[in-house]
Design a protein around this ligand. Structure first.
Ligand code: ATP
Length: 289
């Protein structure tokens, strides 16, 4: 096998709760993750000479160790002392620094692809164990689908697939650093925690309206006061008929769930024509199997 083509899928958080800050600075989270049918395209090729090379379509995405996909390839190349090199062509479509795990998903796809291409015979579990060293979301990006993520995000429990629906994704022009958001999170009495239990009940019952009713993200308490445009996009999505709309991860991307395809299409058009969001997408949820 000389070349392999992969799709690295984006995620949203249907629920994101932070339970506490650990001694080591990491945060203990409880999140319901959902994969979307929105992806970066990755082509991996073998090269004669050893080493890793990465090219991307976006000038501001790192093409060295700073890229999680590069690090994923290097990790396996070093461990298995691969004699051939790995070339990665990365076509980014997932918004960058947006709360959609774009970099983690690229790393997950490269781990999966290099494992197949070089016949390393690692199981998914073994890939996930290596992936967490690159980033807390990488194991989830290998598993994909509807999943409860606990610990620092690496303890995964698959859930039944969430009910199918349309998803409108809108990212304002601002960029948000995940570290900034967690550093400024105040876990005092004033914070409203989402009820992850009820959210999972909605998923188990296959009730999209119950899922929508119990969406929640504690990180909005940090990001929205700094970037009020996020709340404006959320309000606009609600006005345009979303069952509910919320910020994904540490933001600034907002997503809205729609049970009506025409409404979703109209919302997508309106947001594209408006000035609040810089990147707007219409997509759906991706489920395993
Ligand atoms: P998360 O949802 O995990 O917070 P994110 O969407 O906020 O992820 P990414 O798109 O993964 O963030 O990128 C954050 C930063 O990481 C970028 O600013 C970029 O410099 C760097 N980066 C590393 N690898 C990649 C990659 N493969 N694609 C895009 N950015 C990457």
């Amino acid at each position: 096998m000389y070349e392999i083509r992969l799709r690295a899928l984006a995620k949203i958080n249907l629920g994101l709760d932070v339970l506490r800050r650990r001694e080591d600075g990491y945060h203990e989270v409880r999140m319901v993750m959902q994969t979307l049918k929105m992806y970066d395209k990755i082509t991996i090729r073998k090269m004669k000479e050893p080493g890793i090379q990465l090219k991307s379509n976006l000038f501001y995405v790192p093409e060295n160790e700073g890229n999680l996909a590069y690090r994923a390839a290097k990790m396996l190349a070093d461990e298995f002392q691969l004699r051939q090199g790995i070339f990665i062509d990365l076509q980014k479509f997932i918004p960058v620094a947006a709360g959609m795990a774009g970099g983690s998903s690229d790393a997950a796809a490269v781990l999966y692809g290099v494992n197949r291409m070089f016949h390393l015979n690692l199981t998914k579990r073994q890939l996930m164990k290596r992936g967490v060293k690159i980033g807390a979301d990488v194991p989830y990006c290998i598993m994909r689908g509807t999943v409860l993520a606990e610990g620092i995000g690496e303890q995964l429990t698959p859930l039944p697939p969430m009910p199918s629906c349309k998803v409108v994704v809108a990212k304002p022009q601002v960029s948000v650093s995940t570290k900034f958001v967690y550093d400024n999170l105040k876990l005092d009495g004033s914070i409203i925690h989402p009820d992850i239990g009820l959210l999972m009940e909605g998923i188990r019952e296959g009730s999209l309206s119950k899922v929508a009713a119990h969406m929640g993200n504690v990180l909005e308490s940090v990001t929205i006061p700094h970037y009020p445009v996020i709340a404006k996009i959320r309000e606009e999505m609600m006005r345009l008929g979303a069952l509910n709309a919320m910020m994904s991860g540490s933001g600034p991307t907002v997503f809205g769930l729609f049970d009506d395809e025409n409404l979703a299409q109209e919302a997508y058009q309106e947001l594209r024509e408006g000035t609040l969001a810089r990147q707007v997408y219409l997509t759906g949820v991706f489920n395993r199997g």
